[in-house]
Design a protein around this ligand. Structure first.
Ligand code: VGL
Ligand code: ZN
Length: 360
């Protein structure tokens, strides 16, 4: 009975360890090691480690997500620190504490990006942009997530520009363009990209005046649910530099308060959605991955400017070991019942970096 669960024919003895860990306080690493060490030689070989991954990476219905053999090997090599091709108990302890535990009990943060009036029905109404998407449609699915999923923290970002902001097309005459600028001050139209003189020269896309500090257009949509203890993060406050990512401005000069607040909370996973998919949502997801967070972009809670750029955003996320999901999948993921191999792989690669930096 110890290793068996009768409520689902599909659940193996090994899976039991991870599912139980999810609900119980005490959990025995050694018993888990023994359960997977089928031949009892005191090591997890490739095939036994493969079983660990098959038990770990499943959806909430018990369906196994497969991992390519190459990726499996990459992960095993991260934990096989003495490079003998297998995982001994000491190596497993590291794997357990830094990888398995985080996969089974992630610390999940929800980041709602720029769901502000101007992007929905104001001056930068994205429904007038080429993708013709309606920004208001993100409010309902985002609210549903806020009501049904217990995130460890919730952040709302706000594009929060001063009146003389560099991205506003009507401010263009205030600054000189660099000789390399593809369009001149006279020719430039909204959505064009120019190069300001600087120094150093700086590329900038021109937008209609939007999200001016303390204006109606900068307010969050009136129907967006604001949860208790949530945190607001303002960006784009420097008149000279734009800021698409919620982590840093476009020149990486200053980081927002988000960076330290995520560290404080020991966040492992970041769920990102909002407006605009291919601008601020995309830039934020790319930075989250670059910093090393397991990153999840929620597709149906995001709307964008340009279909091609939305496609590029998705490619950037998936090719950097992030995942794109539908909001219906989020609750099981946050609760550690739907465990994605891509995110496991991402974490393993981060641990590899951390180990090689630490070791001599
Ligand atoms: C954004 C354009 C200009 C955004 C901000 O929030 O996606 N887009 N400023
Ligand atoms: Zn802006």
């Amino acid at each position: 009975m110890e290793n068996e669960r009768s409520d689902s024919g599909d659940v193996t003895a090994e899976t039991y360890w991870f599912d139980r860990y999810n609900t119980e306080e005490t959990f025995d690493m050694d018993a888990c090691f023994r359960a997977f060490d089928k031949d009892g030689d005191g090591y997890l070989n490739f095939s036994e480690f493969h079983s660990v991954c098959r038990a770990l990476f499943r959806n909430d219905k018990g369906k196994i997500y497969s991992m390519e053999p190459k990726k499996l090997q990459d992960v095993l090599s991260v934990f096989d620190r003495n490079k003998d091709g297998q995982i001994d108990r000491e190596e497993f302890a590291f794997c357990w504490n830094n990888w398995i535990k985080k996969i089974v009990r992630p610390v999940s943060v929800f980041l709602v990006v720029d769901v502000q009036n101007d992007f929905i029905s104001g001056t930068l109404n994205i429904s007038h942009c080429s993708a013709r998407q309606n920004g208001a449609e993100v409010v309902e699915p985002i609210n549903r997530l806020l009501e049904t999923v217990e995130f460890d923290a919730v952040f709302y970002s706000l594009d929060w520009h001063p009146s003389d902001h560099v991205s506003f097309i009507d401010n263009l005459p205030q600054r000189k363009l660099h000789e390399s600028s593809p369009v001149s001050t006279e020719e430039a139209k909204t959505y064009d990209t120019v190069v300001f003189e600087g120094p150093p020269p700086m590329k900038q896309r021109l937008w209609p005046r939007h999200c001016v500090q303390d204006s109606w257009g900068a307010e969050l949509h009136k129907d967006l649910k604001i949860v208790e203890k949530s945190i607001k993060v303002c960006k784009g406050t420097n008149p000279e530099v734009d800021s698409y990512s919620v982590f840093w401005d476009n020149k990486k000069l200053t980081e927002t308060t988000l960076v330290s607040q995520l560290q404080e909370k020991n966040a492992t996973d970041i769920y990102i959605c909002g407006l605009a998919y291919d601008v601020c949502v995309g830039a934020t997801a790319a930075d989250a991955l670059a910093i090393g967070y397991r990153t999840i972009l929620i597709d149906d809670c995001s709307r964008g400017v340009d279909l091609k750029d939305i496609e590029k955003t998705k490619n950037t996320v998936t090719s950097n070991n992030g995942v794109i999901v539908d909001s219906s999948q989020v609750k099981a993921m946050v609760e550690g019942r739907d465990r994605r191999p891509e995110l496991g792989y991402k974490l393993a690669m981060e641990l590899k970096g951390a180990i090689s930096h630490k070791s001599t």
